[in-house]
Design a binder for this molecule. Structure first.
Ligand code: ZN
Ligand code: ZN
Length: 293
């Protein structure tokens, strides 16, 4: 399922199409399109030598995602090239962070990207040290946090892509991601009404019951709803009154392929605003969907 890389020209075309059809997204696209493009490029360049981890079928059937069965990140992962790509994308999309990104780039090019991988391979040891590390580097905590969050998403997406075939060999019935345990930021309805949940953090996609709430498993038509806006059949949001969460939902049954989930989700931010004004929260937060938090 999912985590396909796109031809760069196709991705550029999808971004331009979104820019033309939804001019109000201009600012978001100016900032994030560099991240989408750079991540896609980095994923296609690092597709050789995938890391395959064994899945324990019993623990998987109990709903234990892969990141709780194994350590997903290793110091020998391609942190250097990922770090370079992330710095490049953030510098172009968020020019006010340029100076801090140059400091990080200096460490990456000096072969010190290990210091960043430590954040993920020894997460418990370095948790809470973010401010200290930022001070040591002479950059803002916000910059370091953003860089690490994007770096984590690049590497996690690579892991999901590496494990795509293995993961699809086992059934998974939970509403959180079988690889990283995060909740989805989007559902795509496909042929024959299949609902594919899309992980916001690693990009993995997996089938899930069309009627149940992925967040709390509740399944009762009285408490769940599908909200359409302006009669648009392609765009909707699933809502659950038991947990008070919503999930953006795109109907793509008529299309053979579709743009990356992040781009589809970004194109539905008007629904995020409406749902959050009604008092619902997203199942997970991504960088652009928190309007009332
Ligand atoms: Zn995931
Ligand atoms: Zn729910």
């Amino acid at each position: 399922m999912a985590i396909d890389t796109y031809e760069i020209e196709d991705l550029v075309r999808e971004i331009e199409q979104l820019r033309n059809t939804q001019p109000h997204l201009q600012t978001l696209l100016d900032a994030f399109s560099h991240l989408f493009l750079e991540k896609n490029r980095w994923l296609s360049e690092t597709s050789v030598d995938p890391t395959i981890l064994p899945i324990d079928p019993l623990r998987f059937a109990e709903g234990i995602p892969l990141n709780q069965q194994h350590q997903l990140f290793f110091t020998h992962d391609p942190w250097g090239s990922a770090g370079w790509s992330v710095v490049n994308a953030i510098t172009h999309g968020f020019p006010n962070l340029t100076e801090d990104m140059q400091v990080i780039l200096h460490r990456v090019t000096a072969g010190k990207s290990d210091s960043f991988s430590q954040f993920f391979t020894n997460a418990e040891e370095v948790a809470g040290q973010l401010a200290l590390r930022a001070e040591e580097l002479g950059i803002s905590t916000v910059s370091l946090h953003f860089f690490l969050r994007v770096l984590n998403s690049f590497m996690l997406t690579k892991k999901a892509r590496d494990m795509k075939l293995e993961l699809s060999a086992y059934s998974w019935t939970k509403g959180y991601c079988p690889l990283c345990g995060s909740f989805p930021h989007l559902a795509i309805l496909g042929e024959k009404g299949q609902r594919l949940l899309q992980c916001a953090d690693c990009g993995h996609a997996w089938p899930f019951s069309r009627l149940a709430c992925p967040y709390c498993d509740h399944e009762d038509p009285q408490d769940t709803n599908i909200i359409f806006i302006d009669g648009q059949k392609e765009e909707a949001a699933f809502t659950c009154d038991k947990c008070n969460r919503y999930l953006l939902t795109a109907n793509r049954s008529a299309c053979l392929g579709h743009p990356p989930a992040d781009l589809i989700a970004m194109g539905l931010t008007h629904l995020d605003i409406i749902l959050q004004e009604k008092g619902y929260s997203p199942m997970t937060e991504c960088d652009w969907n928190n309007f009332c938090g």
